[in-house]
Design a binder for this molecule. Structure first.
Ligand SMILES: Cc1cc2nc3c(=O)[nH]c(=O)nc-3n(C[C@H](O)[C@H](O)[C@H](O)COP(=O)(O)O)c2cc1C
Length: 165
């Protein structure tokens, strides 16, 4: 390990990268499972692939993996409570949630900004996480009138455009 490497500085530096927040969901034996994540990214346009990086300590991901499918639910800035619930371990995260099953058989959470429904294409070891690649079956914008939930420096916020896209 480089002499320069400082684990605290590493985490604080990563915190300078602002990201959206998603809920990765899946359903095994009709039991829904899910976790909050920020490690979501588009990967390939053709074929349509995305990725998410679950921690090896996650108790939900093995259930999602077993279903060979997952759905990425992109949260709006009014859905921090959903994020809080899905960031906890060992609770019934779907107890107070409305959702429906997507084409992959994975839960699509009500009122998200958008979702990306996938088959699990492949998974790669990467330190204390894995890189899970999803082959997209369906991608839909649910509500383009709201702003996204953002995660930055360990806190949450919303998007304030200073120029039109
Ligand atoms: C904003 C935010 C982003 C997160 N990003 C990730 C992530 O990218 N990968 C991951 O495995 N866990 C991530 N987590 C932590 C998981 O949500 C948490 O460990 C998980 O919900 C634990 O539950 P489980 O045991 O049911 O999987 C994040 C949590 C928060 C609040």
């Amino acid at each position: 390990m480089s002499q320069l490497f400082d684990p605290r500085a590493f985490r604080d530096t990563l915190g300078q990268f602002c990201s959206g927040v998603v809920i990765a969901t899946g359903c095994e034996n009709s039991q829904p499972a899910g976790l909050a994540a920020q490690s979501f990214s588009s990967l390939s346009l053709d074929p349509p692939l995305v990725l998410i990086c679950p921690a090896k300590t996650s108790t939900s991901w093995p259930k999602i993996r077993a279903s060979r499918a997952f759905c990425i639910n992109i949260l709006g800035d009014d859905q921090k409570r959903v994020c809080d619930v899905f960031a906890k371990s060992g609770i019934d995260k779907f107890a107070e949630l409305n959702w429906r099953l997507g084409a992959s058989g994975s839960p699509i959470i009500e009122d998200v900004l958008a979702y990306v429904d996938c088959e699990l294409d492949s998974e790669y070891e990467a330190g204390d996480h894995t890189i899970a690649v999803g082959r997209v079956l369906e991608a839909r914008i649910v509500d383009s009138s709201r702003e996204p939930l953002l995660f930055f420096r360990g806190g949450y916020g919303s998007f304030d455009a200073f120029s039109d896209a």
